[in-house]
Design a protein. Sequence first.
Length: 250
Amino acid sequence: MELTVLGAAGTWPPAGGASCGYLLTHEGVHVWLDAGTGTFAKLQEHVAVDDVAAIVVTHAHTDHFIDVVPAFYARHYGGMGPAGLPFYSPDGFVDSVSLLVQEAGKDVLRQAYAFTTVGPGDEFDIGQMHFRTFEMTHVGVKAVGFRVEAGGGVLAYTGDTGPCDEAVELAQDADVLLAEATYQETSEQFWFHLSAVQAGELATQAGVGRLVLTHILPTLDPEISRAEAATTFSGPVDLASEDLVLEIGR
């Protein structure tokens, strides 16, 4: 399984950058995992629009989903893909995003996308990639993280979360933990996001092989985040920079 970072900025993208979004590829099947600002343009640098087999979104905050709207325009009006693209998201997501696009009162998003609501404990397959869903601790909306297994490798992705037991379960013994790390030790911190130190603690508790930090605020120096995570996790720590590609499993 191959993980390609399309964007990794927390909350808003910096100049020339993109918010959170990733491309998962295994045996020729491509999954768009989160779709923050700017990631649709980045996606097209790697695959054609109609080569995406499914979209998977962690929660209804715009830095994780807003680019499904221009993707909708490309597919629905631009003819760049058939109707009914599989789309997995947590409870409440579809009602929220459907308000953004209407056509003479028709919910045209539901024509372009085949929405499936997923919650804690749900499992589904996209090609040979097996997804398990875990409830994360966030604010304002339902938020989930995904554990993805394929080709003998395991990726755990938190989406947005504060510290919680479910995040440890999600990441248990994963080859790669893609963890949000919004804050640094000098930041004002809130319970619904992780700091880099807390991301390192999570990686240690779960016994993961490699920690990849994402969702770092654009105003912060990512190298400081990497150094802080390394104080609580002794394994490899990477930054989820755009176009980073990681092989997970065989």
